[in-house]
Write a protein that binds this ligand. Structure first.
Ligand SMILES: *[C@@H]1O[C@H](CO)[C@@H](O)[C@H](O)[C@H]1NC(C)=O
Ligand SMILES: *[C@@H]1O[C@H](CO)[C@@H](O)[C@H](O)[C@H]1NC(C)=O
Ligand SMILES: *[C@@H]1O[C@H](CO)[C@@H](O)[C@H](O)[C@H]1NC(C)=O
Ligand SMILES: *[C@@H]1O[C@H](CO)[C@@H](O)[C@H](O)[C@H]1NC(C)=O
Length: 396
């Protein structure tokens, strides 16, 4: 009897040790840091898939709370006769918001940029200080290039004008160009006064749009929203819009070739590098940090903000959909939210490399022929690459 008992005990002991070893091995191998770590890749937490707009009301996060109220206000059944009273106003000029620090539970411990965002997220009407009312008069652009820039980035803008951002006719297409700017002057932080230079540039090139809000990373969403509104007013006939950063290299000819080939199903086109199953980063030091008190939930599928292309028709609808989506500090995620509101999915294009290409290919102009967009190029690199790609001697 006792022998059998001992045998059983031994067996149990052995199998638990084996289990323990197996468990340790598995957990070690699953937490081993990615050996081929790429410094340029934006880290994203992976989350299981789910339908984005089926958000349950989470009272603990400000964005979710505001969006929930907005959804109810726009829903004729839920609104239920309380017309007007509970409808939050998204528009309106920015008035100081005294109750702001009570709207988020940990407001005082949040980093400055998040505080600034929370304090102004109810404002989205800013004066257009520099306009280009005549840009789209005359010929309807096949492609409008809308490039997010900052006042001080004169060099980036000039490099783009001299290379991939040339306006005019390319093949059968008409290309036009605008740069999207916010304020970056002594009135909005510690900046040198560049108004004189900017005025010179405006007169010379006629391709600047500048709004009266502070040009900050967490204000980039404002650029999207205000640009879409501007497009509806000033350039509703544009067939396609490219929107991207001023430090990318765009293969404009390849893009136009691609767009020409797909004229049929282009109404809902939203093209770029699609990022799926992403979720907010929760470490304060991260550039894309979004606290739990501001937002809970995963992100919808979205296109990396370095560069994206959408149809003019979709742009106008996105502009209207943005009225129903509370501002979110990360602009490409915000566009993904608006897309979901319209029930449109982004389209993946392997030629958009917003996370850059391998180091060995960086200087090879032939590689870029098949690419549409690469991220992080200096003005000098942009010019050089353009020249080499258009060198008649180039053999690939
Ligand atoms: C609509 O209002 C009535 C009376 O105010 C209330 O009893 C009912 O629950 C409301 N319905 C919804 C969906 O809120
Ligand atoms: C321009 O359009 C004409 C007629 O539609 C066509 O024959 C020609 O191939 C096009 N050129 C280019 C460069 O796409
Ligand atoms: C965005 O711009 C507004 C208006 O200039 C400003 O009040 C706010 O602080 C800015 N937001 C951020 C995050 O800097
Ligand atoms: C455009 O799409 C329609 C229906 O989806 C199809 O019947 C037609 O052949 C397509 N035309 C071209 C040129 O691809």
């Amino acid at each position: 009897m006792s022998l059998i008992y001992k045998k059983i005990l031994l067996w149990v002991l052995c199998s638990s040790v084996a289990n323990l070893l197996l468990y340790t091995f598995l957990s070690l191998s699953s937490t081993s840091p990615g050996g081929t770590s790429q410094a340029r890749v934006r880290p994203r937490v992976l989350k299981p898939d789910g339908v984005f707009w089926k958000l349950s009301l989470d009272e603990s996060a400000l964005w979710n709370r505001l969006q929930h109220a907005l959804d109810r206000a726009h829903n004729p059944i839920l609104r239920n006769g309380t017309a007007g009273r509970a409808v939050p106003r998204l528009g309106g000029r920015c008035q100081p918001n005294p109750g702001v620090s009570t709207r988020v539970r940990d407001f005082n411990t949040l980093p400055r940029r998040v505080k600034d965002f929370v304090a102004s997220m109810h404002c989205r009407e800013y004066r257009l200080v520099v306009d280009q009312p005549g840009l789209c008069k005359g010929e309807r652009p096949t492609l409008l290039l809308a490039i997010k820039s900052q006042v001080a980035n004169f060099e980036n803008r000039q490099a783009i004008r001299e290379s991939w951002g040339r306006a005019g006719r390319i093949g059968n297409a008409t290309v036009k160009r605008v740069f999207l700017l916010g304020r970056q002057d002594p009135g909005s932080g510690h900046f040198p006064d560049l108004t004189g230079l900017l005025e010179l540039e405006r007169r010379r090139h006629g391709d600047l749009l500048l709004w009266d809000f502070k040009d900050a990373f967490f204000n980039l969403t404002l650029k999207d929203v205000l640009f879409l509104k501007w497009l509806g007013r000033r350039c509703p006939g544009a067939r396609y819009v490219f929107k991207g950063d001023d430090d990318v290299f765009l293969n404009t000819e390849a893009l136009l070739g691609h767009l020409e080939g797909r004229s049929n199903e282009s109404r809902d086109l939203f093209l770029g590098q699609v990022i799926r199953h992403a979720a907010p980063l929760r470490k304060v030091k991260q550039k894309y940090y979004v606290p739990e008190s501001l937002y809970v939930g995963g992100y919808p599928a979205y296109v990396g903000g370095g560069g994206m292309v959408y149809s003019g028709d979709l742009a106008l609808r996105l502009g209207r959909a943005s009225d129903r989506v509370v501002l979110f500090p990360i602009d490409d995620v915000y566009m993904g939210m608006c897309l979901e509101k319209l029930g449109v999915s982004p389209t993946e294009h392997p030629g958009f490399r917003t996370f850059d290409i391998s180091e060995g290919d960086r200087d090879n102009p032939c590689v870029y022929r098949s690419l549409v967009l690469v991220h992080r190029r200096t003005p000098g690199e942009i010019i050089r690459l353009w020249k080499r790609m258009h060198d008649p001697e180039l053999k690939c």
